[in-house]
Write a protein that binds this ligand. Structure first.
Ligand code: NAP
Ligand code: MG
Length: 401
């Protein structure tokens, strides 16, 4: 059989530890036998980030901007322990943070659903995709431990010297104080990424804040979303038969619980942090969550939501058998290849991605899965496979479809 030809290269960002091991097996078993893979390869493994003073991360993000579509392996975000483990020159920043800042993108996370791994919420029939605004609010706050009585004020001094001033509180005794900000430009980028992704995936978009209490701060989020929707997206949403729905955050939470799923839930930074963990654990497994970074001008970076699965890697290094779930990483590849197929008008590439995803799901539904899923499945006859054998089983299923 002839391999599928590509036009534009995919930006390939390799990573660390167990996911780096899976990466190679996935390519060897599931991608390269079927596709004449055109990729521009960047090694974001920590050793190479350190060797290049992290320039490789910046280069890979710029390549993502240039070509439009990237697929990324999980990477280590260095901490004190990693400094010694990898003999690092510096505590390099999280690659995801660097890439996100360069693309000015929003992260969309969605669970991969299969029969036999039922969500804990009975009404959920379809995946719920969470979009988290990744700038500002409490993540860029300033705080003061108030020592005792005194007046707290919020002051803005314009470049022209003009002053805006509000009393926050007249303290009679000790307390705490916090200042937060966000910027219209970032909120607008977030809104456009969400509207674009909703159109892209033909799903309704929900957005919620606490604008009744926060009449300026949260209300600005609501207003910017609405203005951009009315001016740029309303007609396109109508044509696509999808809806933009705004409500209060507490109402959204209640509705999500009673919903059937199948929509995108856009969240402010903190809400998204909290709710994405709730959604992923309620759908069953972090190993079954995909993640895609979407920029407001339509650049995409696909990856798994989980990390490098360090504990499994240390077992692997000792020569022990591992049973690490590669599903989200395989879906990162299919997501990226499908998008490349869409952009370059290569229907075979889109069909390949659909078929490979079907093969993954059929393999699990036939009872062949990794240990993490075997522990939570409701399927009766389960065969637990090791990391490599699961990927080989997917290939066998793919060949049969
Ligand atoms: P993790 O790699 O997501 O793993 C945490 C635990 O979750 C694992 O020990 C494992 O549980 C389970 N798990 C996660 N993915 C799995 C999979 N595919 N198959 C089977 N089990 C899976 O998180 P971490 O251990 O906290 O972080 C490890 C490294 O990843 C850190 O250096 C962190 O910086 C990095 N990280 C990177 C990204 C990214 O690149 N996007 C995201 C998060 C973390 P058991 O051990 O119980 O089997
Ligand atoms: Mg969190």
């Amino acid at each position: 059989m002839e391999k599928i030809k590509m036009k534009t290269p995919i930006v390939e960002m390799d990573g660390d530890e167990m996911t780096r091991i899976l990466w190679k097996i996935i390519k060897d078993e599931l991608i390269c036998p079927y596709i004449d893979l055109k990729s521009e390869y960047y090694d974001l493994g920590l050793a190479n980030r350190n060797a290049t003073n992290d320039q490789v991360t910046i280069d890979s993000a710029n390549a993502n901007k240039k070509y439009g579509v990237a697929v990324k392996c999980a990477t280590i975000t260095p901490n004190a322990a990693r400094m010694t483990e990898y003999d690092l020159k510096e505590m390099w920043k999280s690659p995801n943070g660097t890439i996100r800042a360069i693309l000015d993108g929003t992260v969309f996370r969605a669970p991969i659903t299969v029969k036999g791994i039922e969500p804990y919420v009975r009404t959920w029939k379809k995946p719920i995709t969470i979009a988290r605004h990744a700038y500002g609010d409490v993540y860029k706050n300033v705080e003061i431990d108030v020592p005792g009585p005194g007046k707290a004020e919020l002051v803005f001094t314009g470049e022209d010297g003009e002053e805006l001033r509000e009393t926050v509180f007249d303290f009679k005794g000790p307390g705490v104080l916090q200042g937060m900000h966000n910027i219209d430009k970032s909120i607008a980028s977030f809104a456009r990424s969400c509207f674009n992704y909703a159109l892209d995936t033909k799903q309704d978009l929900w957005f919620a804040t606490k604008d009744t209490i926060s009449k300026k701060y949260d209300h600005t989020f609501k207003d910017i979303f609405q203005e951009i929707f009315d001016a740029e997206y309303k007609e396109r949403f109508e044509k696509a038969g999808i809806v933009y729905f705004y409500t209060l955050i507490d109402d959204a939470v209640a509705r999500v619980m009673k919903s059937e799923g199948g929509f995108i839930w856009a969240c402010k930074n903190y809400d998204g942090d909290v709710m994405s963990d709730m959604i992923s654990s309620a759908f069953g497994s972090l190993a079954m969550m995909t993640s895609v970074l979407v920029s407001p001008d339509g650049k995409y970076e696909y990856e798994a939501a989980h990390g490098t699965v360090q504990r499994h890697y240390y077992k692997y290094l000792k020569g022990e058998e591992t049973s690490t779930n590669s599903v989200a990483t395989i879906f990162a590849w299919t997501g990226a290849l499908r998008k490349r197929g869409e952009l370059d008008d290569i229907p075979e590439l889109m069909r390949f991605s659909d078929r490979l995803e079907k093969a993954v799901i059929a393999t699990i539904e036939s009872g062949k899965m990794t240990k993490d899923l075997a522990l939570i499945t409701s399927l009766p006859d389960v065969t637990v496979l090791n990391s490599e054998d699961f990927i080989k089983a997917v290939r066998a299923t793919y060949e049969m479809l």
